[in-house]
Design a protein around this ligand. Sequence first.
Ligand SMILES: NC(=O)c1ccc[n+]([C@@H]2O[C@H](COP(=O)([O-])OP(=O)(O)OC[C@H]3O[C@@H](n4cnc5c(N)ncnc54)[C@H](OP(=O)(O)O)[C@@H]3O)[C@@H](O)[C@H]2O)c1
Length: 220
Amino acid sequence: MTTAIIGVGNIGSPLARHLVGGGEPVVLAAKDEAHAQALAQELGPLARAASVEDAIADGDVVVFAVWLDTIKELIVRDARLLEDKVVVDPSNPLGFDENGQLIRTLPEGQSSGSVVASLLSAGAHFVKAFGTLDADSLARATNREPRRAVLFYATEDDAGAASIERLIRAAGFDPFKVGGVADAWRIEAPGGDLHQLGLNGELVDLDQARAAVAATEVPA
Ligand SMILES: NC(=O)c1ccc[n+]([C@@H]2O[C@H](COP(=O)([O-])OP(=O)(O)OC[C@H]3O[C@@H](n4cnc5c(N)ncnc54)[C@H](OP(=O)(O)O)[C@@H]3O)[C@@H](O)[C@H]2O)c1
């Protein structure tokens, strides 16, 4: 299985490093291909760089580690290439205003996961994942001891779930499914109760993840 990572910034770089560390081959792309090449060279034989189109074409899984507005552009432009791929969305509904201030870019109540999923063709396998921690925590918490940290994910798709569980484990974390696309908001920021920010900055292990999810379940 090859994982294409589009974007080698704060999220894409540590993710690529962790996956290669876990033995997963990656193909990296960025706006400036030289950035992807530099990281691929640093990571060694399991990593290579390509154009965005070639990376998508070569990946079984495609992680869009770019800002939401860029994901929207790329998945519409490259819809045909994404047929049958597992498409992983780590985005938060955030962008910058004209003063460089971070702002919410979607109405309250609308998740970026629901927007990305709605733009994909029926043949793509959507998964929300890899955006539940801040970039620093993602970089540092791989293979945490004595108990691994959890990365939450959301999908309705069995193939997507199998792929993301494998990648989360390879990256040195424990996977935990929170539900489907309708639950994606729970692992996004701002506002998601299972995003690191919603958990007061904590990184949870599997037992704590189960407890956090159970605490919000309405009794039957
Ligand atoms: N940063 C965090 O703590 C954090 C936490 C959770 C989730 N997220 C989410 O993760 C996503 C990535 O955030 P980030 O902080 O990693 O962003 P970032 O550091 O700004 O990196 C963005 C990457 O996207 C690439 N890119 C931009 N336009 C592109 C295009 N048209 N085609 C291909 N690549 C393009 C950039 O390429 P160049 O290298 O060539 O500029 C860069 O490598 C966002 O959706 C964000 O909401 C971020």
